[in-house]
Design a protein around this ligand. Structure first.
Ligand SMILES: O=P(O)(O)OC[C@H]1O[C@H](O[C@H]2O[C@H](CO)[C@@H](O)[C@H](O)[C@H]2O)[C@H](O)[C@@H](O)[C@@H]1O
Ligand SMILES: O=c1ccn([C@@H]2O[C@H](COP(=O)(O)OP(=O)(O)O)[C@@H](O)[C@H]2O)c(=O)[nH]1
Length: 469
């Protein structure tokens, strides 16, 4: 079996499922993928060094070998906080208004991608499959080819790909995509993002896209496909059955004191639609006062990317909004929003999800959203809660039996909250059964196998017609 070399911005050494603190969806997904494959996970340690040395720190923990490098302050500033999180993240989430275009960011982004290429090249053996992740590393495949690497190299983008009309606002957009066309496989979370990418290649670069998903440009052939990511269902269910999860369930149930809990769990990110969510809840409280007193909203929102100004702004805005809503509606024995800025383990989250009648997942735009899938997985089959899900999350394509909403419409989301709270048990069970099947079957293992199979390419000697089928 080929070894797998995974490369991502951040290598968070996998934690046990019951460990404290938040882990992003990518970290959770990759730990599961690597545990079963021989290979190495390479990336940034998350640490800063005075001067870049390229020194590799190799470790083996929880069944995964990791190799990490430290980055200089300027690298972190221009590449991670700058181009990745001030330029690409907002633009790819359709927020041109928040997108910052600084030449130094682009230069730092390419410099760090070159450093990644220098550091990872000596780790790669001829038969290894190389799997690169996410918007931090879009040009890395080209820089590896420049170093003579002929291995199969794939990229999976965890976030949306924007429509061409937005994407062309990025200076040097052609250069970025031309670099990407040095991969063998490019994966997207959904058909929508795939179609936007293909549209760009055809309309702006003059490439062609065949019915089988092969993109051709300037003599290069790249397979571009949708590979929707899932949760590690088996691992999550084991965490959900732990004592930690049971204690978390009891803790939330007893503190809710008979009230129905609505739960939101999101990194504190403007893409998650938290301001709009609070506004929708405010509208629900105002328009349904009879239902309101029996409900409490628990919003868990661990801080994220705190060195980026837009993330500081959203934190301030949300604190004000929660204070305003609580001030307007609270009583001596009831506060409508419990707004918590700390992270919890997935085992604790599993208990909280199960204790909640409604899962409120309303990103304005989201590549997938694993929280929606975890909420479904954690429910009691005999008395499941209701998932309210933004139609603009990648997960909406698989979880069509959720109450799908437009997160920009506080009326629509407020009404959905009311509908969810009064939904009969039979309907809740019917919707849940359809959703849990997809969460269980389309899990992270299926996602990995699907991507790795595509990355391996057609079997040697396959005739091209069979390979395309
Ligand atoms: O590493 P951070 O800057 O702290 O951010 C955490 C991760 O956030 C993003 O997650 C995306 O991937 C998820 C799994 O595929 C997906 O469900 C979600 O919709 C995406 O937003 C980011 O893409 C990762 O690189 C970060 O590690
Ligand atoms: O306090 C928290 C908040 C979130 N998460 C995990 O972080 C991931 C978030 O993934 P998602 O795809 O929803 O969004 P992302 O943060 O990757 O954009 C999920 O697995 C959550 O269980 C966590 O472990 N603790």
């Amino acid at each position: 079996m080929n070894r797998l070399i995974v490369v991502s911005n951040r290598v968070s050494v996998p934690k046990a499922a019951d460990s404290k603190g938040a882990q992003g969806g990518l970290a959770v997904a990759l730990a599961a993928a690597l545990r079963e494959h021989r290979g190495i996970w390479f990336g940034w340690s998350g640490n800063e060094t005075e001067t870049f040395t390229g020194h590799l720190n190799m470790q083996r923990q929880h069944g995964v070998t990791t190799a990490t490098i430290d980055l200089e302050h300027q690298d972190i500033d221009e590449y991670y906080n700058g181009y990745a999180n001030r330029t690409l993240w907002p633009l790819f989430h359709y927020r041109v208004d928040l997108t910052e275009y600084e030449r130094s960011f682009g230069a730092g982004y390419e410099r760090v991608n070159q450093r990644f290429a220098d550091s990872v090249t000596p780790l790669v053996e001829p038969d290894d499959l190389v799997w690169i992740h996410d918007y931090h590393l879009l040009p890395l495949g080209k820089f590896l080819r420049d170093r003579g690497m002929n291995n199969r190299i794939g990229l999976f983008l965890h976030i949306p790909w924007p429509p061409t009309r937005l994407f062309v606002s990025l200076p040097f957009h052609e250069r970025l995509v031309e670099h990407m066309l040095h991969y063998d496989v490019i994966g997207f979370q959904s058909r929508e993002w795939l179609e936007s990418f293909n549209h760009y290649v055809e309309k702006e670069l003059g490439g062609t896209v065949s019915d089988d998903g092969t993109v051709e440009w300037n003599g290069r052939r790249v397979v571009a496909r949708a590979f929707p990511i899932g949760i590690d269902y088996a691992e999550f269910m084991a965490a959900a059955e732990s004592d930690i999860a049971k204690r978390a369930f009891e803790r939330l149930k007893s503190s809710a004191d008979g009230k129905k809990v609505i739960i939101g769990v999101d990194r504190l990110d403007y893409s998650k639609g938290l301001v709009e969510r609070f506004e929708s809840y405010h509208r629900f409280l105002t328009e349904h006062p009879e239902a309101a007193k029996d409900v409490v909203l628990l919003q868990i929102a661990p801080p994220s990317r705190e060195d980026v100004n837009t993330y500081q702004d959203i934190r301030n805005t949300l604190e004000q909004s929660a204070g305003h809503i609580n001030g307007a509606h609270a009583d001596v024995d009831w506060v409508p929003i419990r707004y918590v800025n700390q992270g919890y383990s997935r085992a604790e989250l599993a208990g909280f999800y199960r204790a909640s009648r409604v899962g409120l997942v309303t990103p304005l735009r989201d590549g997938m959203n694993l929280v929606a899938k975890e909420y479904v997985a954690a429910q009691d089959p005999e008395d499941p809660g209701v998932l309210i899900l933004s139609r603009f999350a990648g997960a909406a394509l698989q979880l069509a039996e959720a109450l799908l909403v437009n997160p920009h419409s506080s009326e629509e989301v407020g009404d959905a909250i009311n509908t969810a709270l009064s939904m009969p048990r039979e309907e809740r069970i019917r919707r849940w059964q359809s959703m849990v099947q997809s969460v269980r079957d389309e899990d992270v293992i299926a996602w990995r196998d699907d991507f790795v199979t595509a990355l391996k390419g057609p079997p040697a000697n396959a005739n091209p017609r069979q390979a395309a089928a």
